[in-house]
Write a protein that binds this ligand. Structure first.
Ligand code: AMP
Ligand code: GLY
Length: 427
């Protein structure tokens, strides 16, 4: 099988790595890829969110399967263009991807499906939004409706701050058109959990869950990021909980989308909060989490390509995907300044000594080659996954590897998986 992977971050490196492991994959092409992906796949210089360019590439390459990594190409209609051309694609249509592309749409579908989620208000008028704050309590949650690269959510301690956040989105357009509509939400307290379901449009098969660490600083301090680290398994998420999430959230959502005539083929990623009243869906995403994929995929048994191809063909047979007993802890190495402004072009050293390690996988997120040297090319630069018999061993492997790697301004969180391992109290 020849697989085309769309995207060029750490998640796509993990996807390419996982696809390449199975004997049924002969060749992987990745567009645009990055310096790490280039070692296991042929990289093609095609813009990932240009539907006709991606379709032309898939046709030229005679790809048997196209796997779309990030949300932007999906929202732009890349999967639709491929499906129209009769190419097997794993990724939802632009309409179904609105589940991530518009928080208001997601709330509508969740209501239809009877999925438990945070109470919310949505609208485009700043004055009305400020008035609607009355119906909520601190901490106020103010979100831009559309895609804002993980930066469109503000948690505000006071009403004044929440009003400011509303003005920032609707009036100042800090997130462009994505913030023209805002969603106000009830604050949900409890540990977060990321659950990934592979769907073929009618059925779902769950992968092992993961927990992400979204804030930039240790102890969950500082601004939100795309994710600074993840681990899997999550001790809090036992079989009963996962089954509940499958039956009460994921399957009903897939059913609701199918009933609407917009079936969902791809990864349905539920961002959950485990509240005192049970799990509630904070948000849906239409793709694998990044960096969660780097912690979940190394634990997957069997061929990822085979599962994704069955889903693309509407022929999924399992409800759970087989997972190794090993644990995985993923630590993101980021460039100074991230998630704000950061420099690119710093030389990365120390990776060579890690290449032979069986308990360490270094996934490239923002890297490129310049004059033969590996240099930084993004805010999140590398995702270092450590594997071990349990989370403690996996964490030791990950941080042991991180300490070998260096580039100017490199930083990481030092407490990935700490709560699960050391039993510190949850937020
Ligand atoms: P989102 O982009 O919707 O995933 O939000 C990013 C992060 O903001 C989440 O992972 C949570 O940590 C936090 N967050 C968003 N909405 C809420 C909410 N209603 N209650 C508590 N935390 C939230
Ligand atoms: N790690 C969070 C996300 O991928 O949205």
């Amino acid at each position: 099988m020849k697989v085309l992977v769309i995207g060029g971050g750490g998640r796509e490196h993990a996807l390419c790595w996982s696809l390449a492991r199975a004997a049924d994959v002969d060749e992987i092409v990745c567009a645009p890829g990055n310096a790490g992906i280039a070692k296991i796949a042929r990289c093609a210089h095609v813009k990932p969110d240009d539907p006709s360019a991606v379709r032309a590439l898939a046709e030229r390459e005679h790809a048997d399967l196209v796997v779309v990594g990030p949300e932007a190409p999906l929202v732009a209609g890349v999967a639709d263009a491929l499906r129209e051309a009769g190419i097997a694609v794993f990724g939802p249509s632009a309409t179904a991807a609105q589940l991530e592309g518009s928080k208001a749409y997601a709330k509508e579908v969740m209501a239809e499906a009877g999925v438990s989620t945070a109470r919310h208000w949505t609208g485009t008028d700043a004055a009305a939004a400020k008035e609607a704050l009355e119906g909520f309590a601190a901490p106020y949650v103010v979100k831009a409706d559309g895609l804002a690269a993980g930066k469109g959510v503000r948690l505000c301690d006071t009403r004044a701050e929440a009003s400011e956040a509303i003005d920032e989105a609707i009036v100042a357009r800090a997130f462009g058109d994505a913030g023209a509509r805002v969603v106000l939400e009830e604050h949900l307290a409890g540990p977060e959990l990321s659950v990934f379901a592979i769907s073929d449009g009618t059925r779902v098969a769950l992968l092992a869950p993961a927990q992400d660490h979204k804030r930039v600083g240790d102890g969950d301090t500082g601004p939100n990021t795309g994710g600074m680290g993840a681990y899997s398994p999550v001790p809090l998420a036992d079989e009963a909980l996962l089954e509940r999430v499958r039956c009460e959230a994921l399957q009903p959502t897939i059913d609701a989308l199918a009933a609407r005539g917009t079936p969902y083929v791809g990864v349905l990623y539920a961002g959950l909060v485990l509240t005192g009243e049970g799990p509630k869906v904070l948000e849906y995403n239409c793709r694998f989490g990044d960096p969660e994929a780097q912690a979940v995929l190394p634990r997957l048994r069997g061929s990822l390509a085979a599962v994704l191809r069955s889903a693309a063909r509407g022929r999924l047979t399992q409800t759970r995907l087989d997972t190794d007993d090993t644990a995985c802890v993923t630590v993101v190495l980021a460039a100074a300044g991230y998630p704000g402004r950061y420099d690119k072009g710093a030389r990365i050293t120390g990776l060579e000594s890690l290449a032979a390690r069986e308990d360490v996988l270094v996934f490239h997120a923002g890297t490129t080659k310049r004059e033969g040297q590996l240099v930084t090319d993004g805010g999140r630069v590398l995702a270092v996954s450590g594997l071990g018999a349990d989370l403690r061993a996996a964490r030791d492997a990950a941080y042991g590897a991180v300490d070998h790697i260096d580039f100017d301004g490199a930083f990481c969180r030092r407490d990935i998986a700490a709560r699960a391992i050391d039993g510190a109290t949850e937020r």
